[in-house]
Write a protein that binds this ligand. Structure first.
Ligand code: NAD
Ligand code: ZN
Length: 239
């Protein structure tokens, strides 16, 4: 079996990580879609760092939920599996099923990793999995401001990550494509799902609300991911 899974913020919602577009997405009355931009960082880097550090801290204390676990289970029983996630948290990587975790080569975090801190100018970067101080970080090599290692609205995706996804898509198409917890607001998410899907295969959307992808899906599961995915995975594995 060959399976592609695409996830978004909704999959981590049941772990207590707010989505951007949900009602608890706003931070201090600020819209995340405006904060997660190069313009916001240029204008007020201290404010943007404060928001990211709060989010990092919330993610550190969060636990993976049954949706993350179900995806690990599916990967363990699939010959050729790939997870493309827009989530910058590490919950997919920390989730376990039957004592196993997802191997890092089976996950592409296309919007980056929230725990990475990288230089705005040079190639310097570091990972900060532990709690940090509140200083504005500067690059030790070039002195420039450091920024979170995520893709902000209006920025390009990392070419190496696109390549990794493209490599997976050059082989025969997927009988099962699952898209869970994303508004699919970015055209490339819909494009990716459609490119991966076998003409006779299933394109399954898991989301309580309709999205621009819904019209293309062969199956719509209008439930929270933590409820729908464990059941869906068991059904797929029972076939
Ligand atoms: P989004 O905030 O735009 O949308 C969340 C989607 O999840 C919505 O369609 C909503 O209906 C759905 N949803 C909410 N609760 C759900 C649940 N329990 N089960 C299933 N679906 C549920 O998120 P997005 O589409 O991922 O795009 C937003 C951007 O924000 C991305 O670039 C992403 O990198 C970033 N982001 C990441 C995180 C994270 O890493 N956890 C959190 C917030 C935002
Ligand atoms: Zn630098």
């Amino acid at each position: 079996m060959r399976v592609l899974v695409i996830t978004g913020a909704g999959v981590s919602a049941e772990s207590g990580i707010p989505t951007f577009r949900g009602k608890d997405g706003y931070w201090r009355n600020l819209n995340p879609a405006k904060l997660a931009t190069p313009e916001a960082f240029a204008k007020n880097p201290r404010l943007v760092w404060e928001w990211y550090r709060e989010r990092r801290q919330r993610i550190r204390s969060a636990q993976p939920n049954p949706a993350h676990q179900a995806i690990v289970k599916l990967a363990a029983h699939t010959d050729e599996f790939l997870l493309v996630t827009q989530n910058v948290d590490d919950l997919h990587l920390r989730a376990e099923s039957e004592g196993q975790r997802l191997s890092p080569d089976k996950i592409v975090q296309i919007h980056g990793d929230i725990f990475e801190t990288r230089c705005s100018r040079c190639a310097c970067s570091r990972r900060e999995p532990e709690e940090e101080d509140s200083n504005l970080p500067r690059c030790t090599e070039c002195g420039e401001l450091m920024r979170p290692g995520v893709v902000w609205f209006g920025e390009q995706l990392d070419l190496r990550k696109i390549e990794q996804v493209d490599n997976y898509l050059t082989r025969p198409s997927c009988p099962v494509v699952i898209v869970a917890g994303t508004t699919a607001a970015f055209g490339y998410i819909i494009d990716l799902a459609l490119r991966a899907q076998d003409p006779d295969g299933q394109l399954i959307e898991v989301n309580p609300d309709p999205t621009p992808l819904s019209g293309f899906a062969t199956h719509l599961i209008r439930e929270p991911a933590g409820i729908a995915l464990p059941r869906l995975v068991d059904e797929l594995l029972a076939r």
